[in-house]
Structure formats: structure tokens, C-alpha cells
Design a protein around this ligand. Structure first.
Ligand SMILES: Nc1nc2c(c(=O)[nH]1)N[C@H]1C(S)=C(S)[C@@H](COP(=O)(O)O)O[C@H]1N2
Ligand SMILES: [Mo]
Length: 315
């Protein structure tokens, strides 16, 4: 992984113009062409997915991204069912425009913000991140997003803001999975203010240079690359700055299995399986599992956030 220094082919192409980059991606097979996408994706699912103007962001991994097909058909989004292919089959019922995010709590600029007003002031960045699920599979995903500190500064959090709580839309009419109590709805997640303000933390609005397909959490979702994927809450409608640590959906439903921090830690097993290795999606059925890295490989960047914290207890 490289930061600002060092030039990679991905950055060169992204920094030239957008169309050139699209050609590069198409030629190297990283995305299907616009015409092709319609052919390889089930009908209707690309409706509403638009191209975005982006620049290359820092912190991208050099690893080869998973295909558009893999990123958009192998998903966790329990609001649309618990099987990996349920979200891509069912998420078309989610209406993502207009979309409003309610900002509340310990900040000077609370309010209801329209999606466009949140996104327009920002330069969107391409960031290729490792994506590690607690179920011990992983992908490499070329997200498009806004660095979370840039977004949150907009709301002027005050000195009482110790945590940030995020909430997904609750609407069983649009989200059929919410008609069953698989989880306590709506889905909620939380970060410490230091985690939320870390430059690696992204408010994601797209993938592969396009707006997010619904199954990936349209129109905006969180990505915290050093944590297990479940922290990456989708289809966010509320951001609340709090004094006290919020309870998260997975903590509430299975406190023995999921803690608040949820940092990727290969040395601490999940009660029902090991976290030492991971299966890279797309590697083929018989591919060897690869070792999982502490903080999902982002230890140099985020290790200091947890200095003095027992990472076996604070899982
Ligand atoms: N609202 C909501 N957000 C969610 C989930 C969910 O069920 N509901 N699943 C989480 C889990 S367990 C993972 S691994 C990631 C998967 O993101 P992806 O499908 O874009 O890879 O989304 C997370 N965000
Ligand atoms: Mo997950």
C-alpha cells in the first residue's frame, strides 16, 4: 500500500481525464464497458447508476480490485435478505432519490441535509481499499467517496462529541428484510470521534467510478477499511454526534460475538471461527486462504488510535 508518494498506474489514469481512465479500466478488464454492463448485470439493476467525476485519493492498495460483478453481486445487506445474492436481486425497491440525511446531537450545525447538498461541495476520491468481512472473506474494492473528516467538519461537532452514530433507513415497504426480525431495525453503527475523523474513513457514494448500486448501500454508506465489514453501514439517513458510546446492531443482537470496536485482528478468533486467514472472493474454489493482517493491513495508519487499549478485550 502506498500513500501520497509513489505513482501507480491507477493514479496516472485517474489523474488524467475521466474518459481516458474509463478506457483504461475497460481495456484492462477492470470494468465492463457501459454497453457490456447492461448485458452482464440482471435487468434493471444498473438503472440509476451514473458516472462520477473523481480524482485519485491516497491510501489505495496496489492489489488487483475485484470485478464489478463480484463487488455488486456478493453482498451483505440484511434489509434485503440474508443470502449473499439477495441484495442484488431485491434492492431495486429502494428509492434513493430524493434522499435526506438528518444530522443531530453534539454539533453546531444540525439539520436535514439533502444528498446533493452534502456531496456537491466535495471532490470525490477513488480509493482502492481492502474490504474484510467478519465471516473471513475479503475483496479489494475501488470505492468512490468523501473523506469523513471533510464531511463531518461541515456540521461543526462540539467538544462533547465523543462518538458518531449512524443509522440506516427504516422502511419495511422498501426493505423487505425488515419485515422479519433478523436484526433489531433500523441498522445502527458507531465510531469514536477519532475513528470518524481519521483520514482513511470514507463516506462512500460510489464504486468503480459510478454511483453506488443499491445493493452496495446507495446513496451513501460508511467504509472503515481497518474494521470488519459490518461497521460499513449502508443507506445512511442519520448522523448523530453523541457523548456516550452508541450500541450497535450487531452488539445488540449478539454481544458475545461482536464488540463495538470490531477492528480486524487475526489473533482474536470469533467465538465460532478463526480470524487468522481469509478467503479472497474471486480466487476460485480451491485457492489457498491468505493470512489476515492486523487492522486489515492499515496498522501503520491507525495503530496509534488504539494505543493503551487491550485489543483482545476491546474486540
Ligand atoms: N444497513 C446495513 N448495512 C450493512 C449491512 C447490513 O446488513 N445492513 N451489512 C454489513 C456487512 S456484514 C458487510 S460485510 C458490509 C458488506 O458491504 P458490501 O456488500 O458492499 O461488500 O456491509 C455492512 N453494512
Ligand atoms: Mo460482514
Amino acid at each position: 500500500m502506498r500513500k501520497h508518494n509513489g505513482i501507480r498506474s491507477w493514479e496516472i489514469t485517474s489523474e488524467s481525464n475521466f474518459l481516458k481512465r474509463r478506457d483504461f479500466l475497460r481495456e484492462t478488464g477492470l470494468i465492463a464497458g457501459a454497453g457490456l454492463a447492461a448485458a452482464v448485470l440482471p435487468g434493471g439493476l444498473t438503472a440509476g447508476v451514473r458516472d462520477l467525476e473523481t480524482v485519485a485519493g491516497p491510501y489505495s492498495t496496489d492489489e488487483k480490485p475485484n470485478s464489478w460483478e463480484e463487488v455488486t453481486t456478493y453482498n451483505n445487506f440484511y434489509e434485503f435478505g440474508t443470502a449473499k445474492d439477495d441484495p442484488q436481486r431485491n434492492a431495486h425497491s429502494l428509492v434513493t432519490s430524493p434522499w435526506t440525511v438528518k444530522v443531530s446531537g453534539e454539533c453546531d450545525k444540525p439539520g436535514d441535509y439533502h444528498y446533493e447538498d452534502l456531496v456537491r461541495p466535495h471532490v470525490l476520491e477513488d480509493r482502492v481499499y481492502r474490504h474484510r468481512c467478519v465471516e473471513a472473506w475479503s475483496m479489494v474494492v475501488p470505492w468512490v467517496g468523501i473523506p469523513m473528516p471533510d464531511l463531518l467538519k461541515h456540521f461543526a461537532p462540539n467538544s462533547n462529541a465523543k462518538y458518531v452514530r449512524f443509522k440506516t433507513l427504516y422502511d419495511p415497504k422498501q426493505m423487505p428484510g425488515q419485515r422479519r426480525s433478523v436484526l433489531k431495525w433500523p441498522y445502527v453503527e458507531g465510531l469514536t470521534i477519532a475513528e470518524a475523523m481519521h483520514p482513511l474513513t470514507l463516506m462512500v457514494v460510489g464504486v468503480y467510478g459510478r454511483t453506488l448500486p443499491n445493493q452496495n448501500g446507495a446513496p451513501l454508506r460508511l467504509i472503515v477499511p481497518w474494521k470488519y465489514g459490518f461497521k460499513g453501514i449502508k443507506s445512511i439517513v442519520e448522523i448523530e454526534f453523541t457523548r456516550r458510546r452508541p450500541r450497535t446492531s450487531w452488539e445488540l443482537s449478539a454481544p458475545r460475538e461482536y464488540g463495538f470496536y470490531a477492528n480486524v485482528n487475526p489473533e482474536v478468533d470469533h467465538p465460532r471461527w478463526s480470524q487468522a486467514r481469509e478467503r479472497r472472493i474471486g480466487g476460485g474454489l480451491f485457492a489457498a486462504k491468505q493470512p489476515t493482517l492486523m487492522f486489515n493491513g492499515y496498522a501503520d495508519e491507525v495503530g496509534e488510535l488504539y494505543a493503551g487499549l487491550d485489543l483482545r478485550k476491546n474486540y
